[in-house]
Design a protein around this ligand. Structure first.
Ligand code: PHE
Length: 377
């Protein structure tokens, strides 16, 4: 077809040849074919859009028609080559087609997105009828509980907590505590040796020396030493090769035995209850002079005598005494100027009495049936 200016007004347009989009071929047509072709193209494209099932397919349809070199875009570019009087109508028709196609694509995109979401929601459905995993709530070990309580009571009585070491030298564990080699008191504590002169501490008392040395002569000295100790005792209901002690030490000008008694009795009442009374019995330790054993009234029979206290009405819980002058010297203090008291008790025994545990091995067995009873106590 020739325009009035004699220009060739024909241009290429995709015309459907077969059943599929790819069958569109570019061939020269003239403007009069356009209306028909646009209508055919529209129904074809809309059908194609309705048939795609993934957003990738949809995108390739979009590129094929609306992309920069897409078929509808090509049509638009050719408007200029039509006869001027044909341009408005044709331009409007192509633009309308483009808008309808773009519209149809965006609607289809929404549909596909919705379908994809529905599929995800369906696939990821949680079956709330399945039994869930049960996470048990943990609790503090009875020894940890007892240790924290002991530390807190002593803190309120003015004692700091000093953490000493578990592997010790023979020197600290014995010699500095006035227990020379060959001293019979060494037999009181069956020792795990690591080498000739290193060992696992048999008591927390070497913490007295280390604590004092770290204070470098400063006053007052007032600390506890909580921690594990080790002894080669045969295991039974009241013996375990690892157990816990809490050492206590106070050094100052004019520290008295009376104060020792007051501190011990205050502690026992705070830890076990106001009805518990404390009794001191003369005893012997190489590092204290005078020395005593500390008993408390049996909380099970209220002092009347039962199987727990062996009928005596009292339970032995600690050793104590006034710090031996030689120990003060070994800690860097002058026994001519200061005095001190020391005590050491078995934390396991305290915890057992407090929580009614009759076998020390339960504290080390990690049996959850046992441990779970202390949850929230
Ligand atoms: N260390 C002693 C023991 O293990 C206890 C003790 C500590 C005694 C402090 C007196 C003073 O048996």
């Amino acid at each position: 077809m020739l325009s009035s200016e004699g220009k060739d007004e024909s241009f290429f347009i995709s015309v459907k040849k077969g059943g599929k989009a790819r069958d569109f071929i570019m061939r020269k047509v003239c403007a009069s074919d356009m209306k028909h072709n646009l209508a055919e193209m529209k129904s074809h494209v809309l059908e194609e859009i309705s048939k795609v099932s993934t957003s990738e397919e949809l995108d390739s349809v979009r590129v094929r028609y609306l992309g920069r070199k897409g078929e509808i875009s090509v049509l638009l570019k050719h408007i200029g080559s039509l006869a001027p009087e044909e341009r408005p109508e044709f331009g409007a028709a192509v633009n309308a087609l483009r808008e309808q196609v773009a519209d149809a694509i965006s609607r289809r995109k929404d549909e596909l997105d919705k379908l994809a979401l529905e599929e995800i929601l369906h696939r990821d459905t949680i079956d709330i009828s399945l039994p869930g995993e049960v996470y048990e709530i943990g609790g503090l070990h009875p020894l940890t509980k007892a240790m924290r309580e002991v530390a807190s009571v002593f803190s309120s009585l003015g004692f700091a907590a000093y953490e000493s070491r578990e592997a010790e030298t023979d020197e600290m564990n014995f010699v500095k505590l006035n227990i020379a080699p060959g001293h019979p008191a060494r037999d009181m504590q069956e020792t795990f040796y690591l080498s000739d002169n290193t060992l696992m501490r048999t008591h927390t008392s070497p913490g007295q020396i280390r604590g004092m040395l770290s204070l470098k002569g400063k006053l007052p000295v007032r600390f506890i030493v909580p921690g594990r100790v080790y002894r080669r005792d045969p295991t039974d209901a009241s013996h375990h090769p690892v157990f816990h002690q809490v050492e206590g030490l106070a050094v100052d000008i004019d520290v008295t035995f009376k104060e020792l008694r007051g501190v011990l009795s205050a502690f026992m009442k705070r830890f076990f209850g106001q009805e518990v009374s404390t009794r001191l019995r003369p005893s012997y330790f190489p590092f204290t002079e005078p020395s005593c054993e500390v008993d408390i009234s049996c909380m099970f029979c209220k002092g009347k005598g039962c199987s727990v206290c062996g009928g005596s009405g009292y339970l032995e819980v600690a050793g104590a005494g006034m710090v031996h002058p030689r120990v003060l010297v070994n800690g860097g203090y002058d026994p001519g100027k200061v005095t001190g008291f020391a005590f050491g008790f078995g934390l396991d025994r305290l915890a057992m009495l407090k929580y009614g545990i009759d076998d020390i091995r339960l504290l080390y067995g990690n049996d959850r049936r046992f441990l779970s009873q202390f949850r929230g106590l």
